[in-house]
Design a protein around this ligand. Structure first.
Ligand SMILES: CC(C)(COP(=O)(O)OP(=O)(O)OC[C@H]1O[C@@H](n2cnc3c(N)ncnc32)[C@H](O)[C@@H]1OP(=O)(O)O)[C@@H](O)C(=O)NCCC(=O)NCCS
Length: 250
């Protein structure tokens, strides 16, 4: 339900990519927060995305928080590992920063669902009863998490994932576009299930699996890009972030 604009808290979105636009759309339609603009160190300060300004980088945060009375924000980075690096950077700059959730009005939350912080629930997402979504997860367009599911922090369901009950997804694990998962499956951390797979067995940590039925194809290093269209862009971005990270000794 849309709040009176005077009662709405001001929030900022980190990441002005396509995913950032979808997050903006969710926040606008949810009507709970007032979006002030974007933070993106790779986009020109002052440029406009969907009518909102890129206001600077994370390092401008202390100034922007005072200037615009910002009370929180959301990290709109699709890659699970890069999202964590950005969250770490923000916490280093503003230790008690308030990461909000956004739930699109066309998303459905079942009974006794628990949500942490910094999560994005896109249009058509369905989280069934008794499920637990930890922090900084993405449940993308038309994806469903069956009853009693657990998504650990920084895990994600891409668009049109269908999962049966009691799924356990470890930290940073990505389930790609259009995957089906039968009930009672456990998948470890830092793993990727490739697009279009059918998962009928458990998988461990740090693997890439795909196919129907899905099989382990290879090992995977932490932070390896998996969102195919942005592979080339993400590698240098990841290196830069790691450089910044070591400078900040996070
Ligand atoms: C799983 C994934 C990361 C694999 O990437 P990769 O290891 O770099 O694989 P490559 O693209 O180099 O392909 C290697 C081979 O595996 C095949 N392959 C890759 N992904 C596959 C999949 N999901 N199912 C079946 N075969 C697949 C390729 O066709 C290729 O076959 P070839 O050697 O016969 O030519 C990628 O396919 C994927 O699914 N990415 C996620 C996309 C997504 O969900 N985006 C969401 C946007 S919101």
């Amino acid at each position: 339900m849309h709040k009176n604009p005077d009662e709405m808290q001001n929030v900022i979105i980190f990441g002005a990519s396509g995913h950032g636009s979808v997050v903006l759309d969710c926040l606008e339609k949810e009507g709970k927060y007032n979006v002030i603009g974007f933070i993106d160190s790779y986009k020109k300060k002052g440029s406009r995305i969907n009518g909102y300004q890129v206001l600077g980088s994370e390092f401008d945060l202390p100034y922007l928080i005072n200037r615009f009375n910002i009370t929180g924000g959301l990290v709109a980075i699709g890659d699970n590992w890069i999202r964590k690096l950005i969250v770490d950077r923000i916490i280093k700059i503003i230790p008690n920063f308030n990461f909000v959730n956004t739930i699109h009005p066309k998303a459905i939350l079942g009974k006794d669902v628990l949500l942490g912080c910094g999560n994005v629930l896109m249009p058509g997402a369905i989280i069934n009863a008794n499920s637990v979504i930890h922090d900084f997860c993405i449940i993308n367009t038309n994806s469903s998490l069956g009853h009693d599911g657990i998504m650990e922090s920084y895990s994600s369901l891409a668009p049109s994932v269908c999962s049966g009950g009691n799924l356990f997804l470890g930290q940073f694990t990505a389930v790609s576009l259009g995957v089906n998962i039968i009930n009672g499956i456990e998948i470890g951390k830092h793993s990727v299930i490739g697009a279009g797979s059918l998962v009928v067995e458990n998988f461990g940590d740090n693997i890439v699996a795909y196919g129907s039925p899905a099989k382990v194809i290879r090992k995977r290093v932490i932070g390896e890009p998996y969102l195919s269209t942005s592979k080339k862009q993400q590698l240098p971005e990841l290196k830069n972030l790691q450089k910044v990270r070591s400078n900040l000794s996070i």
